[in-house]
Design a protein around this ligand. Structure first.
Ligand code: SF4
Length: 83
């Protein structure tokens, strides 16, 4: 039976404003997100992903970049949580 109580996952394409959450336990640091969307994601000193400028992308362009990083993360480490 599928657990439908967890609303923080499987939200990679919300229509409205959202908060970006990077799961540091899942990130392996290969850099796809910050290579494709450096406006939102950057690498820390160890190569793991972190947010470039806050967790709530403010413009449609930044939200598109945040979505791009989230959907292309092969580890599923990035969640977009609707506000
Ligand atoms: S694509 Fe995913 S696993 Fe790779 S650095 Fe970004 S968040 Fe981490």
């Amino acid at each position: 039976m599928t657990d439908t109580t967890d609303t923080t996952t499987d939200t990679t394409e919300p229509d409205g404003p959202f908060r970006v959450v990077i799961d540091r336990d899942k990130c392996v640091g290969h850099g796809r997100c910050y290579s494709l969307a450096p406006e939102v994601y950057v690498d820390d000193e160890e190569g793991f992903s972190e947010l470039a400028d806050g967790d709530t992308p403010a413009t449609p362009e930044l939200r598109d970049k945040a979505r791009l990083g989230a959907v292309t993360c092969p580890e599923g480490a990035i969640s977009l949580v609707p506000l």
